[in-house]
Design a protein around this ligand. Sequence first.
Ligand code: IFM
Length: 478
Amino acid sequence: MTLPAASARPELSADATFPADFAWGVATAAYQIEGGVTEGGRGPSIWDTFSHQPGTTINGDNGDIACDHYHRWEADLDLMAGLGIPSYRLSLSWSRLQPTGSGPLNPEGVRFYRDLLQGCAARGITPYVTLYHWDLPQALQDEGGWPERRTAHRFGDYAGLVADALGDLAEHWITINEPMCAAFLGHSWGMQAPGFKDDSLAVRAAHHLLLAHGLALAEFRTRRPGTKLGITNIIGNLNPASDSVADHAATEYWDAISNRIFLDPVYRGRYADATVAAYGKYGLTATGEGAAAGDLVQPGDLAIISAPGDFAGINHYTNMLVAAGTESTPNWTHVEPAPSSFGWSNTPDALHAVLKRVAAEYTPLPLYVTENGVTFHDYVDPNGEVRDPRRIDYLRGYISAVGEAISDGVDVRGYFAWSFMDNFEWAEGYDKRFGLVYVDYGTQARIPKQSAYWYRDTIAAHNAGLYRRTAAPASATA
Ligand code: IFM
């Protein structure tokens, strides 16, 4: 494919700075793009099961074929390289690598990911690899899934095997993507796999996902001491809808059960009092001190969960106004203006605020924005082009916000646009298009959107030294 020539220098905020080696990237996840769900010895995952149940996804969509990346990965990497994108965050399908979630790795799965990661290297693309992006092997779900403690240990075992089999091919490893969604969207809100609506299961899943993170980190530390490790959390920016005491209290409550439930244990080594106040009824305690056998939080769990990582991954999409409602009913609204086709806002200051908050309140570790992006009703125009000026506006704002946070002293090392290409957006199926590259699902043609060229030119402008540079901070490791 011949790509259009670079346009004029894309403008970012004059207050933005970036380190010379800033990681400019795009992100995807296995189930959302791979397809090939019965090929290469892959076992079923909870997303295969869930998406095949009537009424769970828009239009009954599923990931059986998705972007057919399993067969088209070479052309996809060629396109990425052609767009000058130097970093790629991808995830491994647990059930492709270990079909039932225990036992030895599947050699065909290992071969696929070794080829993929070596394919990145061959094209000068640096991979950032996520071990778990929501696709639990169905066999482990049949034994109770994340609400069961043993699943965390299965994940630790899996991580150790992956470290041995693939750990030489990437430096940066993310243990778990967005435990908030895996736990709560999957076990409390019922809108994602495995589709439960039970807060107690969600809280148990949350703790075990965090424990799984810590166990995986320990396995990698032992087997691949040179790798850089971290967990990715999705962090919303929450503000009270009014000055009322009730709205402030509601905001703190939602912060405790959506953000702090994952940030505090990893970076402070204990669950916040506000989180325990909300979920103590399901067995959550601050540290597990004095727990009896069988209690949810065991002595030692928080030490495992808070073992030092090398970076913190932040996914950010939404800015929310929180109004008092009932304890069990979210009463928040996304902030206008310019809602996406998801109804999400275009409010870059929210990302700036999240980065500053995590750095100020939680960790001195380098931060990576491991996902950020937006959906619109993109379409191919009669000239065969996909014009998405609102996505360009969104990216310009959010990338500027990252650069401004860096200028303010926050150590941000990279930004990964979600997503490289349109893909299976979970319960929203193929209805929501997040990609920089348009996917025609009928033909599997890839058509870079205007925003892909804008991103290419932004990266090129950075490489040419057209944006202000930050010296790399001395503090950091990753
Ligand atoms: O598509 C998802 C991704 O899998 C996890 N983070 C949020 C994205 C957009 O909803």
